[in-house]
Design a protein around this ligand. Sequence first.
Ligand SMILES: [Zn+2]
Length: 684
Amino acid sequence: MKSAWADRDAEALVAHGAKSGIDRDLALRIYTTRLLGRDPKLVLHGGGNTSLKTRMRDLLGEDVEVLRVKASGADMAAIEPEGLPAVRLSPLRRLRALAAIADDELVGVERANLIDPAAPNPSVEIMLHAFLPHKFVDHTHATAVLSVIDQPDGEVRCAEVFGGRLAFVPYLMPGFGLAKKAIEVFERAPASEGLILSKHGIVTFGDSAREAYERMIEMVSLAEDFITRNSKSRIIATLWREPEPVVAVAPIVRGACSQRDEEAEGAWRRLVLEFRGGPAVLSLLQSDLSRLSEGGVVTPDHTIRTKNRPLVLPHAEKGKLEDFARAAREAVGTFTADYQNYFERHNKRVGGGKRELDPLPRVVLVPGLGLFGLGRTKRDAVIAADIAEEWMAVVADAERIGRFESISEAAMFDGEYWPLERKKLGARQEPPLAGQIVAVTGAAGAIGAATAKAFAAAGAEVALLDVNLPAATLQAKAIGATALPVACDVTDAASVRAAFGAVAENFGGVDILVSNAGAAWQGRIGEVDEDILHKSFELNFYGHQRVAQAAVKIMLAQGTGGCLLFNVSKQAVNPGPNFGPYGVPKAALLALMRQYALDYGADGIRANAVNADRIRSGLLTPDMIAARAKARGLSEKDYMGGNLLGREVTAADVAQAFLHQALALKTTADVTTVDGGNIAAAMR
Ligand SMILES: [Zn+2]
């Protein structure tokens, strides 16, 4: 590992900070914090923290000594001054006299001593920084260091690798107790340049930002060199038979890792998936996985992301998907039962009072294929997958130089259920569609885009399918980083297959389909060219059938029901003159919806339709509105509001109707009318 320190960049940041009153020490603290945060071999997803002891004026203008320490869960790579809240140092130091302090009292002391009362909570490792005397303190969970110290003889390894330059602190849960232990150890070895926190990570310190940072890089490099020099070659034992592809395996894994909601019949607690393959992952999947997976996390704060251990599934051999599905469900059943036992055992040990988290795994290993990270959102799934890859990297190297050993199960439970640690995840009021995946066709159009947006706002992960990929990409960007644009021509079976494959690979499956793509053709039905009818049926009937079939296939593999929603339009119910080429396939689509409701009700798959009319969209352009309004002698406003309520109906209104149908778990074969009132188009 090389130092990324560059004088030019450092001085540029100092100069930039000076303009807004940020002094040199703080600017350089920010600079090296970002350097550390940018390297995933040092810091991952809110792990790691840094601090600076300095002086500043408080709100009354008094000059006080403060600790500026990273805020809890803040991203070091993008740290700003607000991400390093300032706390009066002397009250923190005085806490050392206490034997122990309750978490909420400690947070109370910290908050009471913030210079800015509105600042975020400081890192849970604040006291470690407060008790150490050094001006700059850096702490990471560096990959190579963990490989060296996550060993039965970690202390011996530490001495061997770092030659006494780092003092060894035995394992204690992060927090006040660890901070007290760390300062005791340091005071016995005051010449040390940093600390090893057993089975947790590394701390370096210095008088300058550069010194603390470069010591970190040097120590991590020593660990890397040690691993290189001492690695035993590993024998790859298994050559797996060809596996089923991710697109076939993921929905089975996702379905197995779902939980029926006992409180609402038909509801499921579902997770979103993130897949990782590649040689490094596959290589560790060759190892003695059952032993390693029981081994535990590589550093304690990973428990809130990955639980205490991953789930190991059998190989998914090609042609034997049903066997795999059965084995996967059994394995998840065992995993959740074990998790519940683990919870009960340790909840009892700590005197009860903890509330059990869902028992589903967050990391699933499939030998010969790769790993899945799981989460209630795509973002959480990505984080779980990143941490799982880090786990593999640490464990692989730990096994090359010795034997991987984690913290105890009790210590993992204490980390997983530590309220201060869980706060990093944020207080979440879960939205109604959390964990669900929706695919919307025609997603670049007005109704499709509004629907994708409404479902994302309700907590679903959304895939925006459209024949116009650049337009779908623009809409996806407007929704958020995890929205997935996919090219899909619903008139082409291969394109539909590829699109649903992409959705299943990216998110793990699909729960809701909004089949919306369509276009209008006109012609008097007795004289219309048959080609036009064929074209319209291809898009307005077969297009829906193709995507519904593709979605149902995935839903059946998941085994957790699902929901098919179709845009049937008013034409299905109330045909317009010379609009047969559009209305007839839409009427067939209404029958199609009812057929799906009938044939798949027993599988928990619901099918519903929205009958909407007169929406500004690609089918009803501003020019058409102007022409039709003029032909009827109406203003555009009166034309658009030409219904019983006299209100214009918008794409967002249609989106809300789809959302309502998705949430109504006891409703199937329903048509919801969204037209402001049109008796001729009323269903009954
Ligand atoms: Zn830590």
